[in-house]
Ligand binder design. Structure first.
Ligand code: PLP
Length: 468
């Protein structure tokens, strides 16, 4: 394994070149007030890093093989958690790269299918699947991780007498504790996700369910997302690995044939360094749970943020600047509609910001303390508070770094501000080439999703009362 494989940084100079090219191409600046950008080269590189990391730790061949979802011992199916970047062209790219897709709603399942993921590489998770959603997944042959034993019973009632095509598993909450962000921690004592492993007689109830239903062949764990250290993730995986060994021993055969390890690798938002790497993750797991990679279990992963976050950024125009109470405030088009978590939980989701001239070149002047505010009509719409930055001038561009995950895919509709366009780019041929991922939302689309087709519907209801 080369040092480069183990460690990589986002190339700031390259990013600046892309911002300049985007301005020159008319993709952002002026009336194009904001746009998201997806680094296609970086994304494919991250997929390769993920595969190489697991391979280096001794696991699987990389998951490109069809049928990996069926769980052949020793194979690894790397799936991408759709919610991290729910854009069909991005999902299509990842499908072509051989990944699977983790989905958590009927909408995400539709996106995964539109992107061309074969059913056997799709995994359906989510804590509140309806009967119709379960029936659809079973009909398609999509893998399903039941959230709880109640859901296992519902699946049992839906299954025909023939063995299911879908791989069916149960999500476990190993109750190993929370990471640094409570809202991102799914393995705390009272987390809503999975069967709580440490609760009284939980192990017996889980083992009984596996004894009753021979089609249950997978255990699933996802300890949490951003803010969960490797030690915590490994502790959760270890607990579930031990449970699998336990269930198999009681069954007297290898009933649990695959383990779904979830995602949750933390991303460094402080600098251009990519750390921890997928290599570090896989090595840490191998050390903490040696039996995991010895080829007896097929493995599934569900990484989201760690594959995309550092492979995307957002550019927004600064419209005005002013002095307020002795502080510089920039009124930009980067607000809570496109950086929702950052605005509402600034401590948990701080973003690096760079300031660029209208032509896209980066400003390097001595920093002054500024607020970078958004366009929405509430006072809290600020993406960076009291941040030392080169002085922002009207017409400048602010770049929000590391927004490739959970930003474009988690918009907020407040104030009916148009969702910005998203563009993919590659610099592989030397020049910067762009492709549309998503168009900017139009005013007509905003009207349509706001009940435009039913504009007069309430008048009919109100007529009688008005006439009286
Ligand atoms: C969100 C989620 C993931 C992906 O988490 P990341 O932190 O983006 O890697 C994987 N599995 C499940 C079940 C999830 O809910």
């Amino acid at each position: 394994m080369s040092a480069e494989e183990r460690y990589r940084v986002v190339d700031a100079e390259r990013l600046d070149g892309v911002v300049r090219a985007a301005v020159a191409a008319g993709l952002v600046g002026g009336e194009q007030v904001a746009a998201g950008f997806v680094d296609v080269d970086g994304l494919l590189r991250s997929v390769a890093d993920l595969r190489a990391g697991f391979r280096a730790a001794g696991a699987g061949g990389g998951g490109a093989g069809g049928g990996a979802g069926g769980g052949r011992a020793g194979e690894v199916l790397h799936t991408f958690a759709a919610k991290a970047c729910a854009l069909v062209p991005v999902l299509r790219l990842l499908a072509e790269a051989g990944l699977g897709c983790e989905v958590a709603s009927a909408g995400e399942l539709a996106l995964a299918r539109a992107a061309g993921f074969p059913a056997e590489r799709i995994v359906l998770d989510s804590p509140a699947k309806t009967t119709a959603e379960l029936a659809q997944a079973l009909a398609l042959g999509v893998a399903v991780n039941a959230d709880n034993l109640g859901e296992v019973e519902r699946i049992a009632a839906l299954l025909p007498t023939a063995p299911p095509v879908s791989v069916l598993g149960l999500r476990i909450n190993p109750q190993v504790g929370a990471g640094s962000i409570d809202a991102m921690s799914t393995a705390s004592r009272h987390s809503k996700f999975g069967e709580p492993l440490g609760d009284p007689s939980a192990r017996e109830r889980i083992a009984d369910a596996f004894a009753r239903y021979p089609w249950l062949t997978r255990l699933h764990v996802h300890v949490g997302s951003q803010g969960c250290p490797l030690e915590l993730i490994a502790a959760g995986v270890r607990a579930v690995y031990e449970l699998a060994e336990d269930v198999n021993e009681r069954a007297g055969r290898r009933q649990v044939t695959s383990l779904d390890l979830g995602g949750g690798l933390t991303v460094n938002f402080d600098s251009d360094e990519i750390r921890p790497t997928h290599h570090a993750y896989a090595e840490h797991l191998r050390a903490a749970v040696p039996g995991l990679f010895d080829g007896r279990y097929a493995l599934v992963t569900e990484f989201g943020r760690s594959l995309v976050a550092k492979n995307g950024f957002t550019v927004a125009v600064a419209e005005y600047t002013k002095q307020v109470g002795g502080r510089s405030v920039a009124l930009t088009h980067a607000g809570a509609h496109l950086a929702t978590r950052t605005v509402f939980m600034p401590q948990a989701w701080p973003l690096r910001i760079s300031v660029h001239r209208p032509d896209g070149t980066r400003r390097e002047e001595p920093p002054v303390v500024q607020d970078v505010a958004g366009p929405l009509c509430f006072a809290g719409d600020v993406v960076a508070h009291e941040r030392p930055l080169p002085p922002i001038r009207p017409g400048d561009l602010v770049v929000l770094h590391d927004t490739g995950g959970y930003y474009a895919s988690a918009p907020w509709g407040y104030n009916s501000v148009a969702r910005p366009a998203v563009h993919g780019f590659s610099t592989r041929d030397g020049a910067v080439r762009f492709a549309t991922v998503r168009d900017r939302q139009t005013a007509l689309e905003i009207v349509a999703e706001s009940g435009g087709a039913h504009a007069g519907s309430l008048l009919g209801l109100g007529t009688e009362a008005t006439e009286r």
